[in-house]
Design a protein around this ligand. Structure first.
Ligand code: ATP
Ligand code: MG
Ligand code: MG
Ligand code: MG
Length: 479
């Protein structure tokens, strides 16, 4: 007999028929006449109730049917008398496929803290919270590909191992086959990377942008969606050492078109999740509301999770320049009352507290900040006519802060080479990148969006470690 998944059974597709259910026991409760076994197989947040009459299943027959055990059940799918579910299975046979010793199985009925569950990341998938989070993540990943493919973008796989180190200096994981206890040395005593596997020093990618730009100069519109690595020693709730970045790159786009695309994209992915994973998001919203109750009044959410997501998809993002952002901050009561930890003046890199003020207190919606000072942004961002700012944009979201960093790229060869030199990059090392300007260069733009940050936003999870299946953070890569 073919197995049917819980999600389909709960829709009543096979009511009145004999069905085969396989999954993991969440709970078992009952009395001397009947037992009710709640089974989940990961296809939905809901469990399917299995009814096991004591006549057919004496206590002995169910002794290994305990929380966490894998079971196979056959029986008739019938309309349920009980509240909370439309259908249940009247069991005729129950087979235990894999036991879960109640003394040892860590996920007993009580609620567990997220911190505890992080230590058993391999088992947390079996909880309602993480089941919901990772189904939502899956739907959003699918929506990413759907959005770009509907627009005719080409999905481009950029390399994981790369020699390009233009960005992220100091944040890179080096890749090497050299014996670092006894590495080959050059005459002046440095490690001789010419003897390394690739004949040079290489690292894990911190961004696929430059390779993406190269491809956009042939396909017009491309996107990457892949793992990205940053050895940042920051123990924040928004940084991972390994995260997934979406990086579209478009020829013939300016900054405004870039911002329009990013806004449309974010709304599309959120809307897709709301439409396709409603039950999971409703569960997560409920979870957040309960978590909120234990917080002090001023830290509580003003809107429910669903209200917040609907507000975002149904309203225009605010758009301001960096200079306007600085003015807003300087004129705020928050600043006058000296409530910012970091001082504000034109030229500073906006700190997380500044970003959150703009989004959460001032505008109360996502904000696109453009035209940052050139000295705090990367060399490849297009220099504006004022000579002081670049055509950069960051998108800031309530509760998260930066979710997107992007820009129009500098397509003018002479300006680009000048900017490279000013930040100490040897243009000869980037000959391949400069070729895109040398041969048929054109205005183009792109952005990078941290996938986990958007998953955090949609699921309402406070810590980025709780929206990636196997988080990689300082001191943590056990499995
Ligand atoms: P932040 O200011 O938060 O450190 P960034 O400015 O260093 O981010 P970018 O280089 O602009 O990041 O990368 C593009 C996007 O990738 C960011 O907007 C963010 O969404 C995401 N991102 C960057 N670093 C991380 C990280 N360590 N973990 C998860 N996402 C990240
Ligand atoms: Mg950073
Ligand atoms: Mg930043
Ligand atoms: Mg950035």
């Amino acid at each position: 007999m073919q197995r049917t998944k819980v999600k389909d059974l709960l829709q009543g597709a096979e009511v009145g028929k004999e069905v085969l259910l396989k999954g993991w026991v969440r709970t078992k409760r009952g009395n001397k006449y009947v037992n009710f076994i709640a089974v989940n197989d990961g296809s939905t947040i809901n469990n399917l109730q299995v009814v096991a009459e004591a006549e057919k299943f004496p206590e002995e027959a169910l002794k290994d049917v305990t929380t966490g055990a894998a079971i196979a059940v056959t029986g008739e799918l019938v309309a349920s008398q009980g509240k909370g579910q439309a259908y249940e299975i009247q069991a005729t046979s129950i087979e235990v496929l894999g036991k879960a010793d109640p003394e040892a199985y860590p996920l007993q009925k009580k609620a567990h803290s997220l911190e505890f569950l992080r230590e058993i990341a391999h088992l947390r998938f079996r909880t309602n919270t993480f089941g919901a989070v990772f189904r939502v993540r899956n739907a959003m990943a699918f929506a990413v590909h759907k959005f770009f493919n509907e627009k005719g973008f080409v999905y481009m796989h950029t390399p994981i191992i790369t020699a390009s180190d233009a960005e992220g200096a100091g944040e890179m994981f080096q890749v090497t086959t050299l014996d670092l206890n006894n590495p080959p040395r050059t005459e002046d005593g440095n490690i001789n990377f010419e003897e390394d596997f690739f004949g040079r020093a290489t690292n894990l990618t911190v961004s696929g942008q430059m390779e993406g730009e190269v491809a956009a100069m042939a396909f017009s519109d491309i996107y990457t969606f892949g793992p990205t690595f940053r050895a940042e020693n920051s123990n924040t709730t928004r940084h991972l050492a390994e995260f997934w970045m979406i990086e579209p790159e478009m020829a013939f786009y300016d900054l405004k078109m870039n911002a329009d695309l990013a806004e449309e994209f974010i709304k599309y992915v959120i809307r897709y999740a709301l439409e396709n994973n409603r039950e999971d998001i409703e569960f997560l919203a409920q979870r957040q509301a309960e978590e909120d109750k234990s917080k002090p009044q001023n830290e509580r959410q003003e809107m429910t999770l669903i209200e917040k997501l609907e507000m975002v998809v149904n309203n225009d993002f605010e758009r301001i320049t960096y200079t306007e952002a600085i003015d807003i901050l300087l004129n705020s009561n928050h600043y006058k009352k000296k409530k910012f930890q970091y001082d504000v003046s034109w030229g500073i890199d906006l700190q997380s507290e500044h970003e959150r003020y703009l989004v959460e207190k001032h505008f109360k919606k996502p904000v696109i900040v453009t035209d940052y000072p050139k000295d705090i942004k990367a060399f490849y961002m297009r220099l504006n006519d004022d000579g002081k700012t670049v055509a950069a944009m960051d998108i800031l979201a309530p509760g998260i802060g930066e979710i997107v960093g992007g820009s129009q790229r500098e397509e003018r060869m002479d300006v680009l080479v000048e900017r490279m030199k000013s930040v100490g990059i040897n243009p000869d090392d980037m000959w391949w990148f400069l070729d895109t300007r040398r041969f048929g260069g054109c205005p183009h733009a792109g952005f990078g969006l941290g996938f986990e940050r958007v998953v955090q936003f949609v699921t309402g999870m406070g810590n980025i470690r709780d929206v990636i299946p196997f988080p990689r953070t300082p001191q943590n890569a056990e499995f």
